[in-house]
Design a protein around this ligand. Sequence first.
Ligand SMILES: NC(=[NH2+])NCCC[C@H](N)C(=O)O
Ligand SMILES: [Mn+2]
Length: 308
Amino acid sequence: MKIVRIIGAASGWGAPDRRCEAGPEVLRRRGLVAHLRRQGMPVAWEITVRPPENSVSAVAAVQALSLELSQVTDNVVASGDPFVVLGGDHTCAIGTWSGVVSRWRIAEPVGLIWIDAHMDAHLPETSPSGALHGMPLACLLGWGDPRLTAIGGPGPTFLPENVVLIGVRSFEPEEHQLLQRLGVKVFFMDEVRRRGLSEVFYEALEWVRDRTIAFGVSLDLDAIDPKEAPAVGSPVPGGLAQEELLPLLRQLHGDFRLMGLEIAEYNPALDERQLTVRLIGELLLSVFAPSRLPYESYHRAGKAVFSV
Ligand SMILES: NC(=[NH2+])NCCC[C@H](N)C(=O)O
Ligand SMILES: [Mn+2]
């Protein structure tokens, strides 16, 4: 039987608030694995990768963590098991997907669905904040600091036409121009509101599946409305509702082309009422534990809480 391998990514150097580094270990200590197993999800905590203790700069820290993380995801994907990467700031995506794609880089195209309030497609020269978590998608497309674009080998990790963004509502013109120039498909939040998330989600899925042999999902928790996912460093109002997102994630279950899922930007220091920690459990169960009760009845039964 396939086991979902959870990989913690203690990335924090990419964010203004480094406390998101503690995200994965807090989830592990609170009994996430036992909670998921009780709900019928076959899961094991593989490893937590951390930045080196003596990092001299943010780029050096992100580079070192990315290299290590990429080796882990490369090995898990080679084993045939699905993976979950839990961040940490969204720079974890650089390591996660560089590793996932490394064996296919030349031969076969892999796709990525990037669900995020932001584009994360800045270059160091265009970033308003200088924060590296505003740049990982650009890096995966081959643009940015060479120390971060070449993690999985030479050449871009993803071709622009195999990447789709969903939920964007906060961005700067320069990153938008880069994505436009490359031809990356972006479903902005206003389009999601106009057409409904499910229509947009299925269009994105179909787009990616048509062009690739397999795909992954990178979910920045800030895509979800801050009322429901408050524990993020860059909250933006007007986000997705979990009620609309969870049923769609359930549709991914059993899709053999789904290589893995990444959930980024969890900052436990900001999770006052433990809303976000619970939501993370629900997100994972939606994708990987189909036979449990639908989340509505589960919530009603008051069972959606794991030990905190
Ligand atoms: N992964 C994130 N939360 N990214 C936020 C990026 C915000 C802004 N665009 C910046 O570059 O600073
Ligand atoms: Mn992001």
